[in-house]
Design a protein around this ligand. Structure first.
Ligand code: 6PG
Length: 251
């Protein structure tokens, strides 16, 4: 059975550079096309090496940062200086170039009293920024996503009610007691993106990658399968180790 998905298999050593170049090219295409680029950033550890490359020569000089608006696909409910904060990770990597105007950095405000309020405000901010009505969904130019070994993407976790949410733009999610809360963009927003790049690296992701492409689990069991809602606009960047259980079925 051949996989019906756009998959780029990349050697681990060049993964960050290949993805960084793809992001630069896509940013430039969008700026050329409509004068700006709206980019949803993924959290976690995989993207940090990519963000660092974007913040350094030569790539940092290729991107018109004043025309790039940065958003977060999800955020952990911690203070912005917490080591678990996706905002902090981006500040220490991508934003270390200090070329992004403050008004271009659209972060989730985790200083608010609770994640539900932060999610509502972030959703309202998206409506205002994109000028979309209550029954419309903002369309981001580029959406970056990762996949957890349990099949979550952004902070859309297995069996979470947000998997089926087709109304909200942004939701607060409560994780198992020890793992706290998160704020996440919802599937309608994430998968409306003009381009969606899944970034998956590491041997530990091989099993989940196989299950996403070849397994029979539902999107509730394996939220990363939501990619099928926009498959033609999705590119999976898989390092060869994460793709190793697909050998023989990659087109
Ligand atoms: C987060 C991310 C999450 C991440 C996956 C993969 O806030 O953690 O948004 O969805 O992309 O957990 O994380 P790694 O890239 O670190 O494996």
């Amino acid at each position: 059975m051949a996989i019906k998905a756009n998959v780029e298999k990349v050697e681990p050593g060049s993964f960050a550079a290949v993805v960084a170049d793809e992001i630069v090219a896509s940013i430039l295409e969008n700026v050329e096309d409509h004068g700006r680029c709206t980019l949803v950033l993924s959290g976690g550890s995989t993207p940090s090496a990519i963000y660092r490359l974007l913040a350094r020569p030569p790539r940092v000089h290729e991107v018109p940062w004043s025309k790039v608006h940065l958003f977060w696909g999800d955020e952990r409910w911690v203070s912005s200086d917490d080591s678990q904060s996706n905002y902090r990770m981006v500040c220490e990597t991508l934003l270390s170039h200090r070329k992004s105007p403050e008004e271009n950095v659209h972060r989730v405000d985790t200083s608010l009293p609770d994640p539900a309020e932060a999610a509502a405000l972030y959703g309202a901010h998206l409506r205002q920024f994109f000028g979309v009505a209550e029954d419309e969904v903002p369309v981001f130019d580029i959406v970056l996503l990762g996949v957890g070994t349990d099949g979550h993407t952004a902070s859309i976790f297995p069996s979470s009610e947000v998997v089926a949410d087709r109304v909200s733009l942004c939701k607060a999610v409560q994780l198992p007691p020890a793992a706290g809360s998160r704020v996440t963009l919802t599937p309608p927003v994430l998968f409306a993106g003009r381009r969606i790049l899944f970034l998956v690296k590491g041997r530990d992701k091989a099993d989940i990658v196989r299950r996403v492409f070849l397994g029979s689990e539902t999107v509730e069991e394996l939220p990363a399968k939501l990619y099928e809602h926009g498959a033609e606009r999705v590119t999976w960047f898989l390092c060869s180790e994460a793709a190793r259980e697909l050998d023989g079925v990659l087109a």
